[in-house]
Design a protein around this ligand. Structure first.
Ligand code: SAM
Length: 207
């Protein structure tokens, strides 16, 4: 299996959002964190030959990371058409051979329901913006409906919320780790050039 570092290097060509929308919490997943999540999923046998769905795919960072690890196919689902255009451009840059379907849809009402077991990856909006409150809960609901296993990024302090949600939906958290996500200043409310966001990543097996 190629290294996590080589995957992060390949994802270094993925371009960020052209015109990021604050209400949709559009900041991209750094290549190192995307590589960490995808590499962990690959080590668990959750990528090779599988259908991988990326909810709120944005620039396509997580979808493209998965596409570089031999899945049967990848589906990147996103609400914002402009972001999907960026994801398509990034697909050409990364040149992964796996088939990728870019789907314009609301992740909280996913029109996608593959019959085969799905591995889901996501870095959803955390709900930090008022109009988006509880956004990650609604993404988790879709994960519980669609996925056999999921990998998701949440803001720090989400562990008890995620544990309770997963227990209520008959699943189990198998792995959890803390990470840092560097967000470049891109919205009016950002006062520092780069802000390090503390996040938590969860691997969840759904019933
Ligand atoms: C934190 S960003 C992560 C983006 C992506 N994973 C990346 O690394 O570029 C959250 C993404 O979710 C998308 N999003 C927000 N609400 C959505 C919804 N209801 N349905 C689909 N996508 C949504 C945003 O447009 C944004 O691209």
């Amino acid at each position: 299996m190629p290294t996590k570092r080589s995957l992060a290097a390949k994802l270094g060509v993925v371009a960020g959002f052209d015109s990021p929308r604050a209400a949709l919490e559009q900041y991209h997943t750094p290549p190192e964190l995307a590589a960490h999540v995808v590499h962990l999923a690959d080590l668990h046998g959750d990528v090779d030959g599988r259908t991988v769905v990326d909810l709120g795919t944005g620039t396509g960072m997580l979808a493209l990371g998965a596409a570089l690890r031999g899945p049967a196919r990848v589906i990147g689902l996103e609400l914002d058409r402009a972001a999907l255009e960026t994801a398509r451009t990034n697909e050409r840059r990364v040149a992964a051979s796996a088939p990728i379907h870019w789907v314009h849809a609301d992740a909280t009402r996913s029109p996608v329901a593959p019959a085969e077991p799905v591995t889901l990856v996501m870095n959803p909006p955390f709900g930090a913006q008022n109009s988006n409150r509880h956004a990650d809960r609604r993404f988790l609901e879709t994960a519980s409906d669609l996925a056999a296993v999921s990998y998701s990024v949440h803001n720090a302090g989400s562990e008890s919320f995620v544990d309770a949600f997963v227990a209520d939906h008959g699943g189990g958290v198998t792995h959890a780790f803390a990470a840092t996500l560097d967000v470049d200043a891109q919205f009016a409310h950002h006062t520092e050039e780069t802000r390090a966001l503390d996040v938590e990543v969860f691997r969840i097996e759904w019933a």
